[in-house]
Design a protein around this ligand. Structure first.
Ligand code: ZN
Length: 496
């Protein structure tokens, strides 16, 4: 590597280190921060100062000059460097359009809004959150106006999470999915509503933690390079050198903590599987949030809810939770794990109805950005869409519009990534099971296969390119619909 290339990579890593500090502060805010107004206000100032510093360092003339000198270098082209330059140019082009003071103002607002949302959610009070959310929307519009977009400011935010995607392409995929899914979900729901599925209650939290740590470690998560804590809304942050997972515990809902932990561990396995030698550069970063979600969802659902997985883990689960499982048969336990029901909460939703929750949020975000929906009217619009798509209405704001953390942090355009991730997860699973990893109980083989097909590429390919490369097919709903039908329709038909 030439001296200039080395200087450039080192500078990129130095700026990335500042972003990593910001990420640790964000993790700390959700895991450890005291609840006082003074604490959150101080954290908001810290986040804002750091965001402004990262932006200034990245968009400053020193870094741009270095990039220009490297582009003018006449050394032999290097494929890895070409991809790094392509991605850095893309990010820089976008970042340079955002004024420093805007970045600082937006970060301060988003940090303080998290606490407004948390309090409003506890009190079921959307009106207490609406003014802050309205301001967040204004920031999102302002950012899109600075950054530039094709048809709709929403496209700017979608592209930020999944490079190359826009509302038109996502809308087409979701329309195709919705046609098959609404029908299939109705069939499965009518069968499941006639099935007696036990409630799992009275599972001590400390024992839940013991069990899920064993599970997460056995999937291949390296606890010497990561940790797991508790947060209101489970998430994964950090990178492959220090991966932070979170989950939450409810003694009357042990499957929530378990599947949240497996989901976040799936994100963590992706981070830990990215090429270590390229950390701090785009080749050591995830391809986008859709690909990230494909990794969490494949472990959570295709693996974690499979018969093979529970053949392996049921004896240990019963050993730890002898009492609460005493009257529950294996068949009943498996039904509880694969329960399909009308649920107002996205993160608690089964995988059959889950994508309808995402489509609901995608349609609302589209309407907000198009100016067809005002923030203050979100609760009623939410109820209307929930009735249409899920066949239910939330009984309060916490079950509806306040349930997710995303909008409090300005993460508009993120929700579609969950569904895009589900589409990819189903395609990867079909490819793996049919061709390369025929034994689904062997999670280490599946992990190696995912590392080969997905993790090692970093940002080399975007979601659509990676799907074609890994599965030989374009991204679409066929595999997901077939997978849901074969897993759930046959399970409930067998039971009834
Ligand atoms: Zn996720």
């Amino acid at each position: 590597m030439s001296a200039l290339r080395e200087t450039f990579i080192n500078e990129l890593r130095r700026i990335d280190s500042l972003s990593q500090i910001s990420s640790v502060l964000g993790w700390d805010e959700q895991v450890n921060l005291p609840s006082s107004e003074a604490s959150s206000s101080q954290r908001s100032s810290q986040s804002s100062a750091l965001a402004e510093m990262v932006h200034r360092e990245f968009t400053g003339s020193a870094f741009s000059d270095l990039l220009k000198r490297l582009e003018d270098e006449t050394d032999e082209p290097d494929k890895d460097l070409e991809i790094i330059l392509r991605e850095v140019r893309r990010d820089l082009h976008r970042a340079q359009k955002l004024p420093n003071e805007f970045v600082a103002r937006k970060a301060a607002h988003e940090s303080s809004t998290y606490h407004v949302w948390k309090n409003a959610r506890e009190k079921n009070d959307f009106a207490a959150f609406a003014p802050a959310l309205d301001k967040t929307m204004q920031f999102a519009r302002e950012e899109a106006a600075y950054g530039g977009y094709g048809e709709n400011p929403y496209d700017y935010h979608l592209d930020k999470h999944d490079p190359g995607m826009d509302a038109c392409a996502i809308g087409k995929l979701f329309d195709d999915l919705q046609i098959g899914l609404v029908l299939l979900a109705e069939q499965i729901l009518s069968l499941s509503e006639e099935t007696a599925i036990p409630e799992l209650k009275g599972f001590p939290k400390d024992k839940q933690e013991t069990f899920l740590r064993e599970v997460v470690e056995s999937l291949g998560f390296d606890f010497t390079r990561g940790r797991m804590d508790v947060a209101v809304h489970p998430f994964c942050s950090g990178n492959g050198s220090d991966t932070r997972l979170t989950t939450r515990y409810d003694s009357d809902n042990p499957l929530d903590s378990l599947f949240s932990a497996i989901h976040e561990a799936g994100h963590g396995l992706y981070e830990q599987g990215l090429p270590h030698k390229w950390l701090g550069t785009p080749l050591g970063e995830a391809a986008g949030m859709g690909v990230h979600e494909s990794q969490s969802r494949i472990w959570e659902n295709q693996v974690g809810r499979s018969p093979a997985f529970w053949n392996r883990w049921e004896p240990r689960f019963r050993e730890i939770f002898r009492e609460p499982l005493a009257d529950i048969s294996s068949e009943q336990l498996f039904l509880a794990i694969n329960k399909v029901s009308r649920n107002p909460i996205r993160v608690d939703a089964d995988e059959v109805t889950y994508n309808l929750h995402v489509i609901l949020r995608f349609e609302l975000e589209q309407a907000l950005f198009a100016g067809d929906l005002k923030v203050e009217d979100l609760p009623s619009a939410w109820s209307e869409k929930a009735e249409k798509l899920l066949g239910l209405q939330p009984t309060n704001d916490s079950e509806g519009v306040l349930q997710d953390v995303h909008w409090s942090g300005g993460a508009f355009g993120y929700f579609p990534s969950y569904c895009l991730g589900n589409l990819l997860a189903a395609q990867l699973w079909e490819k793996a099971m049919k061709e390369d990893v025929p034994d689904p109980s062997d999670s280490s083989k599946l992990l190696s296969w995912l590392q080969l097909k997905v993790h090692r590429h970093g940002k080399r390919m975007n979601l659509l390119e990676l799907t074609e490369n890994a599965t030989g097919d374009s991204l679409g709903p066929r595999c997901l619909l077939q997978y849901l039908e074969s897993r759930y329709l046959s399970l409930y038909r067998k039971t009834n």
